[in-house]
Design a protein around this ligand. Structure first.
Ligand SMILES: *[C@@H]1O[C@H](CO)[C@@H](O)[C@H](O)[C@H]1NC(C)=O
Ligand SMILES: *[C@@H]1O[C@H](CO)[C@@H](O)[C@H](O)[C@H]1NC(C)=O
Ligand SMILES: *[C@@H]1O[C@H](CO)[C@@H](O)[C@H](O)[C@H]1NC(C)=O
Ligand SMILES: *[C@@H]1O[C@H](CO)[C@@H](O)[C@H](O)[C@H]1NC(C)=O
Ligand SMILES: *[C@@H]1O[C@H](CO)[C@@H](O)[C@H](O)[C@H]1NC(C)=O
Ligand SMILES: *[C@@H]1O[C@H](CO)[C@@H](O)[C@H](O)[C@H]1NC(C)=O
Ligand SMILES: *[C@@H]1O[C@H](CO)[C@@H](O)[C@H](O)[C@H]1NC(C)=O
Length: 814
C-alpha cells in the first residue's frame, strides 16, 4: 500500500492541474464549488455558446470591477447587466463564487459579500450549474433543469430581446461614473409603462406625455397583466397599450442584435448592432425633444433649444454646482418667511415649470393669482393663462422648459424687489421647426446671471463645452462614488490615526474646496500674475492669495491648443487624488483661451531649488533627505497602486517635488501624466513628456510606458538627494549620453556596494553634510537607487516595494 501513495498524490495534482487549465478557458458554465477570480478577469469569462455575450469581471476604472454581462460582438464591450453597479469590487482577491449549496456570491478583496443572487425561500437546492445563454441571460439551473435564478429578473439599465418587464421590474440608467441615475423605467401605479424622474423632492412621469390623459396617449389603465417585452423584430409590446405595439424600431426585422437602454440623459433608446463594424445605432427613441425629459436642468433650471438643448438659470438664480446640471440652480437671494420684504415678479414668456402646483385656480384675474403667490411665502412663482384665467402657484420650480409651443405658457417668477434683473426673457426656438433660428447666445445671457458665460458660446465652442462639462460632471459623480469607495478600503484597513485624519481631510477637500474659479478671481488673487514661482514645460506658476486668504500657486498653462488636453487630463484625476505627499489641487479656471490650475502653495519651494542652488541658504540635513526619499516614494506608490485610476507621473524630478515648512515632500504636476487604463502595459504614450536625465531608457526606444518609468526617475532623484548634485549635469549632451553615463555610474556604485567598504559610500554622499549621516540609511538608499536604475524595467522594484524597503529604516516611526 505504501508505494501507491506517491502515485495517488500525483494523480490528485494532475487532476487539479487539469481543473485549472479547463477553468482558464472560455466556457458557458460555472459549476458549484468553483469561482471566477478578478485577477484572471481576461481569461476567466463565461461565454454564451454562440459567442454573443460574455460574463465576468469588467473594469470600470483603474482598480475597480463590476461583475457584468456584456455584448462581445460590439466594437467596445457594451455592458447589459451588472450585479454590483453601485458597489464595485477591488482588483485584488475579489471573486464570484458559486457555492455547493447554490449560493452565488460576489466578494470583495476582504471577503465582504458585495452581492448575492437573491434566493426566494428555499428553492436553492440541488443546483446543477450557472450558465450564460445565447440571449444574454445568466441562469442558475437545478438538477431537474429548472431555472431557479436568472439575471433577466434584475435588469440594470438595459433590456434585451426576450427579457420581460414585469410589475416589479425597474430600469435605472448608469451614469458616466457607473453609478445609478435619477430616472426609472417601469410600470407606474396605474399599470402604465412610464419614464419617471425620481429625486427626493419630486417624482413625476414625463413619458407618456403627462399633459395628455392616459387615453389620449393611447394607453389603458389598470391592466393588471403588467407585462412588456421586446421581441426579436425590434418591437416593444406592452400590456397597457391598446394594440400591443408600443414602440417599433425603424429597422424592424428579425436577425438584428438589439438592446433597449435607459440612457443617463433619461431617454429610452432602442439600439441595433451592425455586425460588420460592431457599432450601435439608434433605431427608436422614446422622446424626440430632450427638453421634455424632466429634471435634465435640475431644480430651478430651464431647458431650452439654442438650437441645441441647453440649460440656463432663471433671473436671480445661479448654477448650484458648476458642471452638474442635475443639481440645477440656486436662488441668489434668501427670504425668510417672517420677512416682509417687498417682492416683484419677472415675466418669462413661453416658459413653464411642470408640476409642483400648490393649487389650481380657474377663472381668476391676474391680480388674484399674483396676490395668491405674494401672500404665500413658499410660492416661488406662478403660471397664468390669460383666456381661461387659470392660475398655478408653484411650490417648487422643477422641470423648467422654455419653448414656444401651445402647451408651454408663461411663468411669473417671484423675486425680491431689490434684485436688479433685466426682463430679457430666456430665448427660445422651437426645435420642431424645420430650420430653428440661430440665436445669438451672448445676447441671451443678458439679464440672466450665468456663472460661466463661456457655456453659451455658439458653434463648435459649445460642443467642446458640452464635452468639457461632461468631463467635469464625471469628476463630480466620481467623487461621490470614490469617497464611499475610498472609505470602504481605507476604513477596513487598520488605520493609524494620522491616516484616518488624511482620509477625512481628503473627504473635506474633495467635497468643499475643489471648485472652479473665474479668470478675474485669479487675476485678482495673483495681483495680475505679479509673483512668478517657477516655469515648467507646461506653464508658469504664480503666487496668489484667494479671497479666503488661502495662499495658492496658480499654474497658467501655456500653449493652449496642446494644453487643453493636458488640462483635461489633469482635471480628470484631480477629484480623486489626495495624499499628504501629493500637492493638492484646489480648483481650476477655464475661460476662453485661459487654462489655469489653482494648487496648494507649498512654502519652501522645490527640492531642486534647495538642493542645487549655488549659494545655499538652507542645507537639507540627513534626516530631512531620508524623509524626502520616503515621502516621494509614498506619494508615487499611492499614484501607482492605490488610486482607483492608475496614474503614472512621467516627470519625476526635483523641480516637481515641493517642500512644505517641515520639509515634508509634496509631488506636484502629477495630473499632467496620461492616465493608464487597466492592462496599461500595452498602452502607448502618444506624447513624450519627461525631462532628459530623468527619463527611463525605454522611453527613448519607444517601448510602452509603464509605472516603471517613474521608478527610474525616482532612482535618479535618490542619487541626487544623496550626492547633492544634479546627476544629469555629470554628462553634457543628448539623452543617450546622459543615460550611458548614468549606467556607468550605476555599475560603479553596484561594485562598491558589493565591497562592503564604508569609505566608498562616504565618497558619494554630499560633502555639505560634513559626514553627519546614517550609514545604514545611505547604503539602503544607494542600493535602492541602483535597482531603480536597472536598464531592464522588469528588474526595477515597484514603488510599493521601495516604500517597504525604506520603512524599516525610518527612524521617525520607530
Ligand atoms: C427544481 O426546481 C423546481 C422548481 O423550483 C422544483 O419543482 C424541483 O423540485 C427542483 N428539482 C430539484 C431536483 O430540486
Ligand atoms: C394614438 O393613436 C392615434 C391613432 O393611431 C394617433 O393618431 C395618435 O397620434 C396617437 N396618440 C399618441 C399620443 O401617440
Ligand atoms: C391586458 O394586457 C394583456 C397583455 O397584453 C392583454 O392580453 C389583455 O387583453 C389586456 N387586458 C385589457 C383589459 O386590456
Ligand atoms: C454596417 O457597417 C458597414 C461598415 O461600416 C457599413 O458599410 C454598412 O452600411 C452598415 N450597415 C448598416 C445596416 O448600417
Ligand atoms: C470605443 O472606445 C473608444 C475609446 O474610448 C472610442 O474612441 C470609440 O468611439 C468607441 N467605439 C464605439 C463603437 O463606441
Ligand atoms: C439696475 O440696472 C440698471 C441697468 O443695468 C442700472 O442702470 C441701474 O442703476 C441698476 N440699479 C441698481 C439699484 O443697481
Ligand atoms: C450631481 O448632483 C446630484 C445630486 O446632488 C448627484 O447625485 C450626482 O452624483 C451629481 N452628478 C455629478 C455628475 O456630479
Amino acid at each position: 500500500m505504501v508505494p501507491a501513495l506517491p502515485t495517488h498524490i500525483a494523480t490528485v495534482s494532475l487532476l487539479s492541474f487539469f481543473t485549472l487549465v479547463s477553468s482558464a478557458a472560455n466556457r458557458d458554465i460555472l459549476r458549484p464549488g468553483t469561482s471566477l477570480a478578478v485577477e484572471a478577469y481576461q481569461s476567466e469569462i463565461l461565454q454564451s455558446p454562440d459567442g454573443s455575450f460574455s460574463c465576468g469581471f469588467y473594469g470600470v476604472y483603474g482598480n475597480a470591477f463590476t461583475f457584468s454581462i456584456w455584448y462581445s460582438k460590439a466594437a467596445n464591450k457594451t455592458v447589459v447587466w451588472s450585479a454590483n453597479r453601485d458597489r464595485p469590487v477591488h482588483s485584488r482577491r475579489s471573486a464570484l463564487t458559486l457555492h455547493k449549496d447554490g449560493n452565488m456570491v460576489l466578494t470583495d478583496y476582504d471577503d465582504a459579500v458585495v452581492w448575492q443572487a437573491d434566493d426566494d425561500g428555499n428553492s436553492r437546492r440541488n443546483v446543477q450549474h450557472v450558465q450564460l445563454l445565447d440571449t444574454g441571460n445568466l441562469v442558475m439551473k437545478n438538477t431537474s433543469g429548472r431555472i431557479i435564478w436568472q439575471s433577466f429578473d434584475s435588469p440594470t439599465d438595459t433590456l434585451l430581446p426576450a427579457q420581460r418587464i414585469m410589475a416589479a421590474t425597474n430600469l435605472v440608467p448608469t451614469t458616466q461614473s457607473h453609478a445609478p441615475g435619477n430616472y426609472i423605467f417601469r410600470f407606474n401605479d396605474i399599470s402604465v409603462l412610464s419614464l419617471i424622474y425620481d429625486v427626493p423632492e419630486v417624482s413625476d412621469i414625463y413619458w407618456p406625455n403627462p399633459d395628455n390623459s392616459v387615453y389620449e396617449n393611447n394607453r389603458s389603465r389598470y391592466n393588471s397583466t403588467r407585462l412588456a417585452i421586446l421581441d426579436n423584430n425590434g418591437i416593444l409590446a406592452s400590456s397597457d397599450f391598446a394594440d400591443g405595439v408600443l414602440l417599433k424600431a425603424s429597422d424592424a426585422a428579425p436577425g438584428i442584435r438589439r438592446r433597449l437602454t435607459l440612457d443617463p440623459d433619461g431617454n429610452l433608446r432602442l439600439y441595433s448592432l451592425n455586425d460588420s463594424d460592431g457599432m450601435w445605432s439608434v433605431s427608436m427613441v422614446a422622446i424626440s425633444q430632450p427638453c421634455t425629459i424632466h429634471g435634465i436642468c435640475g431644480q430651478n433650471g430651464i431647458c431650452h433649444y439654442s438650437p441645441e438643448p441647453t440649460c440656463s438659470c432663471p433671473p436671480g438664480y445661479v448654477m448650484t454646482n458648476p458642471g452638474n446640471w442635475t443639481q440645477g440652480c440656486t436662488a441668489s437671494f434668501n427670504i425668510p418667511c417672517h420677512d416682509q420684504e417687498p417682492m416683484k415678479f419677472v415675466k418669462l414668456p413661453h416658459t413653464d415649470f411642470w408640476g409642483s402646483d400648490q393649487k389650481r385656480l380657474l377663472g381668476v384675474s391676474f391680480e388674484t393669482c399674483r396676490n395668491s403667490c405674494i401672500s404665500d411665502c413658499t410660492c416661488k412663482g406662478f403660471q397664468y393663462q390669460q383666456g381661461a384665467g387659470s392660475c398655478y402657484p408653484k411650490a417648487l420650480l422643477f422641470n423648467g422648459k422654455s419653448c414656444a409651443t401651445p402647451s408651454v405658457r408663461t411663468i411669473y417668477l417671484k423675486l425680491p424687489a431689490r434684485l436688479n434683473v433685466s426682463d430679457t426673457p430666456i430665448p427660445q426656438s422651437n426645435v420642431l421647426d424645420p430650420a430653428p433660428p440661430r440665436l445669438d447666445c451672448n445676447q441671451m445671457s443678458r439679464g440672466i446671471r450665468y456663472p460661466f458665460p463661456d457655456l453659451h458660446k455658439t458653434g463648435d465652442e459649445e460642443l467642446n463645452w458640452l464635452y468639457f462639462y461632461s468631463f467635469i460632471v464625471a469628476i463630480f459623480v466620481f467623487e461621490a462614488s470614490f469617497i464611499t469607495f475610498a472609505w470602504f478600503f481605507v476604513l477596513r484597513r487598520e488605520m493609524r490615526p494620522s491616516e484616518m485624519w488624511a482620509a477625512e481631510e481628503g473627504y473635506r477637500v474633495m467635497t468643499s474646496h475643489f471648485r472652479r474659479y473665474s479668470y478675474r478671481e485669479l487675476v485678482e488673487a495673483t495681483r495680475k500674475f505679479r509673483v512668478e514661482l517657477g516655469r515648467g514645460s507646461s506653464g508658469t506658476v504664480y503666487k496668489g492669495v484667494l479671497e479666503d486668504e488661502r495662499p495658492v500657486a496658480v499654474k497658467k498653462l501655456e500653449n493652449v491648443s496642446r494644453g487643453k488636453e493636458e488640462f483635461q487630463a489633469e482635471l480628470s484625476v484631480i477629484g480623486r487624488i489626495y495624499h499628504m505627499n501629493l500637492a493638492r489641487i484646489w480648483g481650476f479656471c477655464s475661460e476662453g483661451s485661459h487654462r489655469l490650475l489653482v494648487c496648494e502653495y507649498v512654502e519652501n519651494g522645490s527640492l531642486a531649488n534647495i538642493l542645487f542652488k549655488d549659494q545655499k541658504t538652507v542645507v537639507l540635513d540627513w534626516k530631512q533627505r531620508f524623509n524626502i526619499a520616503l515621502g516621494v516614494a509614498k506619494g508615487l506608490a499611492y499614484l501607482h497602486h492605490e488610486c482607483l485610476e492608475w496614474v503614472i507621473h512621467c516627470d519625476v524630478k526635483p523641480e516637481n517635488i515641493l517642500l512644505d515648512t517641515n520639509f515634508e515632500p509634496k509631488i506636484t504636476d502629477f495630473g499632467l501624466a496620461k492616465l493608464l487604463n487597466r492592462g496599461g502595459a500595452t498602452q502607448n504614450m502618444s506624447q513624450v513628456r519627461g525631462t532628459i536625465g530623468y527619463i527611463a531608457p525605454e522611453w527613448v526606444s519607444s517601448l510602452p510606458i509603464t509605472a516603471k518609468v517613474d521608478v527610474y526617475s525616482y532612482g535618479v532623484v535618490l542619487l541626487e538627494l544623496l550626492s547633492g548634485t544634479r546627476v544629469s549635469e555629470l554628462a553634457v549632451g543628448s539623452g543617450a549620453e546622459v543615460h550611458s553615463m548614468l549606467q556607468k555610474l550605476v555599475r560603479v556604485l553596484a561594485d562598491k556596494l558589493g565591497g562592503h567598504k564604508e569609505s566608498s559610500i562616504n565618497e558619494f554622499v554630499d560633502p555639505e553634510l560634513g559626514g553627519r549621516f546614517s550609514y545604514v540609511q545611505a547604503r539602503t538608499m544607494l542600493k535602492l537607487a541602483v535597482s531603480c536604475l536597472q536598464e531592464d524595467r522588469n528588474k526595477r522594484p515597484t514603488m510599493e516595494s521601495v516604500v517597504q524597503t525604506l520603512l524599516p529604516f525610518d527612524e521617525a516611526s520607530s
